[in-house]
Design a protein around this ligand. Structure first.
Ligand SMILES: Cc1cc2nc3c(=O)[nH]c(=O)nc-3n(C[C@H](O)[C@H](O)[C@H](O)COP(=O)(O)OP(=O)(O)OC[C@H]3O[C@@H](n4cnc5c(N)ncnc54)[C@H](O)[C@@H]3O)c2cc1C
Length: 446
């Protein structure tokens, strides 16, 4: 496994980002080739897995949530038969991808094999896409055939909601997704963004942060800092315009605003209170209620929603503004189903949509499902949100936020508690950012 100590990061970087072919990323759906199975075989053929040895828990989605749940199910329930179903053949981490963008780590350092995860943690990995669910028969259908479960955990993450800024023509949406991808869902988007930054010849590069609860609150601001550091290092005569409807950054506002003004005043133009009303990819114009911004390049981040798969499986809450999963907030059970769960960024609870949060939540949920399989129960535990954001590259300096959650019965709302933001950037937190990632990668992949 690629280690992530700071020294090794240096080594990997010294080896040259260019030394790792980005074409090495494979995230196509399994079987998305000439050998696509027929619909009949999906329905009639069982997947190529040995028969279940005991109580089978199927986890769909091998992101930060599903990888953690699969691992900890085997720790808390060694007799469980655990299968992780993931459509990707290779894991490329979102966390730390910004450091790759800035040349601080090599792509290899954030790329991992699902086979290693399954082998180290003693579960089965099925490279397949979930297509349908039969809750009565307790069966899922994938593009590789069907699979029975005793318990099912669905962790498919999020999708973009382009309609949120008035884009409802599929051709328009496709243009935006292809030319100006947000860089918050797939590894292909990260590679496109990396190439955009590498090839940027100058001018205005627009970044946006969406309204609502979005994936990784700190990342739009961290990304602005990291890209600005690249512009400075490479003498690119460009400006980064970061637009959002909030009146200040969603998290660690003081730390990010200090970085913008103290480190990047000549590069970053922060435009708070700017609600995007439309975006024209042909004329490269972003319009707000007050202004038009013409850009040379952009990464446009629309509002996010629970993965569309939830709707296909009838697991989405139709009343949820961001179309998240309809689940019990304590047990994560799909409404009315004691054997189907949903977790990770598709959850409706207002926890941070971050990898660390999904990971701590996954440990709790694995313990809960393993205990239930033995006829026991466990007390609820708050997820833990711990996030380091790199705001400077030379030296590598970060800021951080640390928090937990509790349900306030009086207001009927979730609230943060033990919430600490440390907004003074320093190298100690920069080192912690690397250590945090190394610890999580080791946890998921062994
Ligand atoms: C640029 C960036 C930087 C970030 N930085 C940080 C950070 O510093 N710290 C932090 O804590 N968090 C960070 N995050 C957030 C973090 O990546 C997410 O919160 C986390 O990935 C959520 O985990 P998840 O498992 O819910 O979703 P995902 O990680 O998106 O995983 C969902 C998985 O489901 C699979 N899937 C979907 N549909 C199907 C299907 N039909 N069949 C099979 N598989 C399917 C997908 O292929 C995917 O692998 C960052 C995110 C981004 C984009």
């Amino acid at each position: 496994m690629a280690k992530l100590t700071r020294r090794d990061f240096g080594k990997l970087t010294a080896a040259g980002v260019a030394g790792v072919g980005v074409t090495g990323i494979a995230e196509t759906a399994a079987g998305a080739s000439a050998s696509l199975p027929s619909l009949t075989s999906i329905v009639t053929r069982a997947v190529d897995l040995p028969a279940a040895q005991g109580h089978r828990v199927v986890v769909v989605g091998g992101g930060w949530s599903g990888l953690t749940i699969a691992k900890y199910l085997k720790i808390h329930g060694p007799d469980l038969d655990v299968v992780l179903v993931e459509r990707r053949a290779l894991f490329v981490s979102h966390p730390i991808s910004g450091l790759w963008l800035a040349g601080m780590v090599n792509l290899e350092a954030i790329t991992f094999s699902y086979l290693d995860a399954a082998a180290h943690h003693n579960y089965a990995y099925l490279n397949a896409s979930l297509i349908d669910l039969d809750r009565e028969a307790k069966k899922i259908y994938t593009d590789q055939g069907w699979l029975s479960y005793d318990d099912l955990v669905v962790c498919p993450g999020v999708d973009y909601d382009y309609a949120s800024f008035g884009v409802d023509d599929p051709a328009h949406e496709q243009l935006l997704k292809t030319r100006y991808p947000a860089g918050f869902v797939s590894a292909s988007e990260h590679v496109t963004l990396y190439n955009k930054v590498k090839n940027f010849k100058g001018g205005v590069f627009v970044l946006t942060a969406p309204p609502g609860i979005y994936r990784c609150s700190a990342t739009p601001y961290e990304r602005a800092c990291l890209m600005a550091a690249v512009f400075k290092r490479e003498n690119i005569k460009g400006k980064i315009v970061l637009m959002e409807s909030r009146d200040q950054p969603a998290v660690m506002a003081e730390g990010f605003l200090a970085a913008f003004s103290e480190l990047y005043s000549d590069v970053i133009e922060y435009m708070p209170s700017s609600t995007i009303s439309s975006v024209d990819p042909e004329t490269r114009t972003l319009s707000t209620d007050f202004d038009d911004v013409i850009f040379d390049d952009a990464a446009i981040y629309p509002r996010i929603r629970g993965a569309r798969l939830l709707e296909q499986l009838a697991l989405a809450d139709p009343k949820s503004a961001q179309k998240e999963a309809a689940i019990d907030p304590i047990t994560y059970n799909a409404v009315g189903d004691a054997h189907v769960y949903a977790a990770g960024d598709c959850r409706p609870m207002p926890f941070s949509k971050s990898g660390g949060t999904a990971s701590s939540e996954g440990v709790y949920l694995a313990r809960l499902i393993a205990a239930r399989a033995r006829g026991e129960s466990v007390p609820w535990e708050s997820p833990h949100t711990l996030c380091y954001s790199m705001v400077n590259t030379a030296p590598a300096e970060a800021i951080m936020v640390d928090g937990k959650y509790r349900f306030d019965k009086a207001s009927g709302q979730w609230a943060h508690f033990e919430n600490t933001a440390i907004n003074e950037r320093d190298e100690a937190k920069g080192r912690k950012a690397f250590e945090w990632a190394e610890e999580h990668f080791r946890d998921m992949f062994g």
